[in-house]
Design a protein around this ligand. Structure first.
Ligand SMILES: NC(=O)c1ccc[n+]([C@@H]2O[C@H](COP(=O)([O-])OP(=O)(O)OC[C@H]3O[C@@H](n4cnc5c(N)ncnc54)[C@H](O)[C@@H]3O)[C@@H](O)[C@H]2O)c1
Length: 268
């Protein structure tokens, strides 16, 4: 029974692995038996994740990569296959913050949000798909999307939300295109998670006004902000054989946020 949920001996690439959800996921995949290639812009912090993966007893390969750069992405996947073996899985988890009201949003900010948060998902997915199709043994991809891919957040999140809506459709299109090759593509939709990026925003009162954190918690029926480790189980499930017939889904990891209508707040 438990073999269904193992990733024993699989090779995975995780992007955004230097911190936050990407780091928690990389360590979680290793704890479930995978060898992990780690990609991020931040080479220094990536080396820490690499050490932690090795300490858990699995192989790790840190490759400083800008996931918006085609050549660097190609090199990431070539090195992964050369040094760790044929690719079984990819998790996309990079993030760049853009928090500006639509009427003030510059073209540069709009394009940066889409370039990192959407193109930065497409390029690794395309590279992974190519490698998996060439090998002919299928594979699995998980895109870390957001509740913002389905519902609107306001508060200057327009460029971010549009990029996440793009990740949602990228997930569905790839699931449909690559199902014939046995490649499953799914997405996770986290609500607010206590990552370094999230904490930095809440330490800046200009970005997030007083009371917003409490308002967010109120909108989560489970009554708390998530922790990075909360995404590990859902990602492991989607990559594992336990999810072998699961393809093209959006799995909220949001404590019930998307399920709840705003009008139901304060029911009790
Ligand atoms: N934390 C939350 O509350 C939350 C909620 C919903 C969705 N998400 C999503 O989860 C994912 C991870 O978010 P996080 O909170 O862990 O972010 P984070 O800021 O803590 O980490 C993101 C990582 O991405 C890396 N990165 C940025 N641009 C890159 C590039 N061009 N190439 C390579 N690496 C790059 C950064 O260096 C950083 O290490 C994102 O897609 C985010 O939208 C997060």
């Amino acid at each position: 029974m438990s073999a269904l949920f193992t990733l024993g001996g699989r090779v995975a690439v995780v992007t955004g692995a230097a911190r936050g959800l990407g780091q928690a996921i990389a360590l979680g995949l290793a704890r479930h038996g995978a060898d992990v290639a780690l990609a991020d812009l931040d080479a220094g912090a990536l080396a820490e994740t690499e050490e932690l993966v090795r300490a858990s007893g699995r192989r790790a390969l840190a490759v400083a990569t800008d996931v918006t750069d085609e050549e660097q992405v190609a090199e990431l996947f070539a090195r992964t296959e050369r040094e760790l073996g044929p690719l079984d899985a990819l998790v996309n988890s990079v993030f760049t913050p853009v928090l500006t009201r639509p009427q003030e949003l510059t073209l540069e900010q709009w394009e940066r949000a889409l370039r990192v948060n959407l193109t930065g998902y497409f390029l690794p997915a395309r590279a992974a798909g190519r490698a998996m199709i060439a090998r002919g043994q299928g594979g699995a991809i998980v895109n870390i999307a957001s509740i913002a891919g389905t519902s609107a957040l306001g508060r200057g999140n327009v460029a971010y939300s549009v990029s996440k809506g793009g990740v949602v459709q990228l997930t569905r299109e790839l699931a449909v295109e690559w199902g014939r090759y046995g490649i499953r593509v799914n997405a996770i939709q986290p609500a607010q998670m206590r990552t370094p990026g999230f904490k930095a925003r809440f330490e800046n009162p200009e970005l997030e006004p007083d009371g917003l954190l409490e308002q967010m918690v109120e909108a989560i029926p489970l009554g708390r902000i998530g922790e990075p480790d909360d995404v590990v189980g859902p990602v492991v499930f989607l990559l594992s054989d336990a999810a072998r017939m699961v393809n093209g889904v959006l799995l909220p990891v949001d404590g019930g946020n998307l399920a709840m209508n705003a009008g139901s707040r304060g029911n009790d």
